[in-house]
Design a protein. Structure first.
Length: 397
């Protein structure tokens, strides 16, 4: 799924577009006991309650593709009779009216989801009449040929509200506030089947995680049985290792900066594309070569890539570089640079020491205080008039 397809499904979570037929829920305590279960026709919910559920569903389909929303595919064994895909299809086709299937689904999550506090499992069934589209991309709601029938699951932490005081309007006084158990925004969730090329894709699932570093691998294996992709954090670590292993002692500041500049240029070029930009081994090799990595270092690139990432792996550009920031760190100093002005920082040898040199303009701020730039040379004089001193436009770190 891409961004446009995710947004198309998100648009259904409004009163006007609602395609949800049924909603089921299971409240689980910190000891993994089912404390409450519910089954309702979604349209029978009070309006205010329905709006709050819409917010949960929208959040389950939000964030960055490849970081918070991950496309997963089912391996062949999961699609065999008795596999996880068959179970999910049965659950969907039951329209959440089979109590035994629901109980088995809840048990799978409770068994494998690692969370030490209370949480609420929300599961909905929906049927979306996919509108056709004209050649110029305009939706034609009277030209629907396909129905997308799907499940959306959201797992939401539940915690006590904070203690405090409140105003009691009936008694006209301030009193201790009653603490309630509040359903928070989802921590995990999934959409099944996937909505690919604006159609149902039973071979895929869209997985949501609030924290990119916490994928809950055991739950993915037990509930979905889908192929686990490399997490965003792992991709970033893999890319860093690839740079270090390939460059070795040749990995100076300018070369690493060039690699990140090239990646940022690619992000800018593809920012309007709905599909996240992924780089395979060949793509990454071209980037290293374009960034000036010496030929002798590139001889080991293929081996390094296969050992760190895997022969058929691909890395999302949005996961391996940050277009909005560029940090340079030493044990005692952290320098934050506008990624568009990485050229302002260079390395020089000053008095036999390796230094970072930063070009500055007409002023510097130190803890919010404006200070003048350093000046070099002495003011000359001619005919009693002093020439302004030449401003040295580099600061040495």
């Amino acid at each position: 799924m891409n961004k446009k397809e995710v947004l198309e499904i998100r648009k259904q979570f409004t009163p006007a577009n609602c395609a949800i037929t049924r909603i089921c829920g299971c409240y689980v305590d910190h000891e993994k006991n089912k404390k409450m279960e519910s089954r309702d026709a979604f349209l029978s919910l009070p309006e205010e309650e329905a709006f709050k559920y819409f917010d949960i569903f929208k959040k389950t389909m939000s964030g960055t593709m490849g970081r918070n929303m991950l496309n997963m595919e089912f391996p062949l064994d999961s699609e065999m009779p008795g596999g996880t895909q068959e179970f999910l299809l049965k659950l969907r086709d039951s329209k959440l009216e089979d109590d035994e299937l629901l109980e088995e689904f809840y048990d799978k999550i409770i068994e494998s989801y690692i969370y030490e506090e209370n949480y609420y499992i929300v599961l909905i069934h929906a049927m979306y009449d996919i509108p056709g589209k004209s050649s110029d991309g305009i939706e034609m709601f009277d030209a629907s040929d396909n129905v997308y029938e799907y499940l959306l699951c959201s797992i939401c932490p539940v915690a006590l509200s904070k203690p405090g005081l409140c105003y009691n309007a009936e008694d006209n006084r301030i009193q201790d506030r009653i603490r309630d158990w509040i359903v928070d925004k989802p921590d995990k969730g999934f959409l099944f089947p996937a909505f690919t090329d604006r159609n149902m894709d039973i071979h895929g699932v869209l997985y949501y995680t609030k924290k990119s570093e916490d994928l809950q691998e055991q739950m993915i294996e037990t509930v979905l049985g889908a192929k686990l992709p490399m997490s965003a954090d792992t991709q970033k670590e893999t890319f860093q290792m690839l740079i270090e292993d390939t460059l070795g002692e040749e990995g100076d500041y300018e070369m690493v900066r060039n690699i990140h500049e090239t990646l940022n240029e690619m992000i800018e070029e593809h920012k309007e594309e709905p599909e996240p930009l992924a780089l395979d081994q060949t793509d990454m090799k071209k980037i290293f070569e374009k960034s000036g990595v010496p030929n002798e270092n590139m001889e080991s690139f293929d081996k390094n890539f296969e050992e760190t990432a895997g022969e058929k792996a691909s890395l999302l550009v949005s996961n391996i570089t940050e277009a909005r920031k560029f940090n340079i760190e030493t044990p005692d100093v952290i320098i934050k640079v506008n990624p568009e002005r990485m050229d302002l920082v260079e390395t020089r040898v000053v008095d036999g020491r390796q230094c970072l040199v930063i070009a500055v303009d007409d002023h510097i701020e130190v803890n919010g205080v404006n200070v003048r730039t350093l000046k070099s040379g002495k003011a000359g004089s001619s005919g009693g008039t002093e020439e302004p001193a030449e401003i040295e436009n580099f600061q040495e770190i």
